[in-house]
Write a protein that binds this ligand. Structure first.
Ligand SMILES: [Zn+2]
Length: 505
């Protein structure tokens, strides 16, 4: 490491990507580059000789505080690849992986990728011009235009200290993005102020942080469940769990914001009026929210690299640009898991399923509940995995479209209703519904495949929240509330649909 002139510090020229200088790694990576370049040039069918890799490797710039990674000149390109064959798409994906590029979104029709300045000209020369458009011309400029409020933890967080004003949905919590400590503090404020909310830790990360869950339910045996016609009373045998997890991917901040918004709005509505629909839902379902299932990565995305995706587990990978390359949690679940080759890759899914502390903890929770000794007593009806971005609401399977779930028709029907409920909110956006393999691209070892096929959760969905690429992961804070509204409306619709379809028979 060596310091350069302010305001930036050149931290490292890491050989993770394009042929870094130096004897050993250089030749191997040059080789890798040429393989990748060959794959990309297959898109255009060009016979031209392959260009040399850039002279330098990945340059990681830090802000003047020496902590935050900068993305000056980084661009997000969108490849319009609806017309490309699967083979060519695979080539491009593999090439992007080999080059250590950061894939933002891969669907069946579009491919968004962040390209650092050093790689731009060489990739331009390899890809047909009409295939590529520059979607975000300068990632750092976008980050600077929507600075994250770095507000300190207000108050001392004591029991009576409603620092977030949780008695109203107007709480300032929903107006900005927050650190892990602040998210946890907000969750504990819900526990303090609403006796229908409890919290517990479902596991611990590689760096020792707790993975916290908040559950809300109403125990009132004598009160009818959902039906507004005063239907049958429900006993413990008719109660179910509805689980929401978010922020598997560290940088997808709006996912945990929306999860907490959903929980908050549900609890507020239920406590304001015991006959409300929200209260009726809470008599049938225990809603459990694991808002930040990847606390280490989330913290790292706040404190160092805003665009960090994986967890922070040490998996070797000494040559990666980051000191601890981590595991992509949403490739590490134990159904149709595929081991990864490249530890530096943004989609590195680990060597074995559930190698990541976080996926292991969450899977244990799905199987055993909050009391592993007693085992799970509350059957799970729904498991929702929140991500951003792309505005999609998807059912299994993600790993392959050849595997069609027996419940597909019902899952599609409910999903269409969810999308409609989301769109019908005040500022609602359109969401696409379908099978995950169809709407996204590579997703082996996906959470919802595991929850559906192994944990036997029939209503398993994953959602890509706002937006469709204008801001991508850098969604401005003023869009947190509308996204939270959409998620709240969609999940309430789903819970009601499940109740009507298979509980209130
Ligand atoms: Zn994600």
């Amino acid at each position: 490491m060596r310091a350069l002139s302010l305001p930036y510090i050149l931290l490292a020229i890491a050989p993770a990507t394009l042929g870094a200088p130096g004897p050993g790694p250089r030749s191997a990576q040059q080789q890798q580059f040429h393989l990748a370049a060959q794959a990309v040039s297959a898109v255009s069918g060009s016979q031209a000789p392959l260009p040399d890799p850039p002279a330098q490797g990945h340059v990681q710039l830090l802000d003047s505080d020496g902590k935050h990674e900068r993305y000056d000149g980084h661009q997000v390109w969108r490849l319009d690849w609806a017309r490309l064959s699967t083979r060519v798409k695979d080539n491009i994906l593999n090439a992007a992986d080999s080059l250590g590029l950061d894939i933002w979104r891969a669907s069946s029709t579009t491919f968004d990728v962040r390209v650092p300045p050093l790689s731009q000209s060489i990739l331009r020369s390899l890809l047909p011009a009409d295939l590529v458009s520059t979607y975000i011309p300068d990632v750092q400029a976008l980050l600077d235009s929507a600075p994250v409020a770095d507000d300190p933890l207000p108050g001392d967080g004591g029991d009576d200290d409603d620092v977030w004003n949780v008695t109203t949905l107007a709480s300032p919590f929903h107006d900005g993005y927050h650190t892990l400590d602040q998210v946890y503090q907000f969750g504990e404020a819900l526990v303090s102020h609403f006796n229908i909310v409890t919290s517990y830790d479902i596991g611990t990360t590689a760096e020792g942080r707790p993975i916290r869950a908040w559950s809300a339910k109403i125990d009132e045996e004598a009160t009818p469940g959902i039906p507004e016609d005063g239907g049958d009373a429900h006993d413990e045998n008719d109660k179910f769990e509805f689980i929401i997890q978010a922020n598997q991917h560290a940088r997808e901040w709006v996912s945990s914001s929306a999860a907490m918004y959903f929980l908050h709005s549900l609890v507020l509505d239920a406590t304001a009026d015991s006959t409300s629909h929200a209260a009726q839902l809470l008599r049938t379902f225990t809603f459990t929210v694991v808002a930040v299932v990847n606390p280490d990565g989330f913290t790292y995305s706040h404190e160092h690299s805003r665009l960090w995706r994986k967890n922070r587990q040490d998996v070797g990978g000494l040559l990666c640009k980051a000191d601890s390359p981590g595991i992509d949690l949403n490739g590490n679940w134990g159904h149709k898991f595929v081991p990864s080759r490249l530890a530096c890759s943004e989609s590195y899914s680990g060597q074995t399923a559930f190698e990541a502390h976080e996926t292991r903890a969450m899977a244990d929770y799905l199987v055993n509940g909050s009391n592993p000794e007693a085992g799970r007593t509350l059957p799970i009806k729904a498991f929702i995995d929140l991500h951003s971005y792309g505005q999609l609401f998807m059912f299994p399977f993600a790993y392959s479209c050849a595997d069609f779930p027996p419940d597909a028709e019902n899952l599609m029907e409910a999903g269409l209703g969810v999308a409609k409920a989301m769109r019908m909110t005040t500022q609602g956006e359109g969401y696409q519904t379908g099978q995950a393999c169809d709407l996204t691209y590579r997703s082996a070892g996906d959470a919802i495949d595991y929850s559906y096929a192994v944990a036997d959760v029939r209503w398993s969905y994953s959602a890509e929240l706002r937006d469709t690429g204008t801001y991508g992961f850098v969604l401005p804070p003023h869009l947190i509330r509308p996204t939270g509204e959409e998620v709240s409306a969609g999940l309430r619709y789903l819970a009601t649909f499940i109740f009507d379809t298979e509980i209130d028979l």
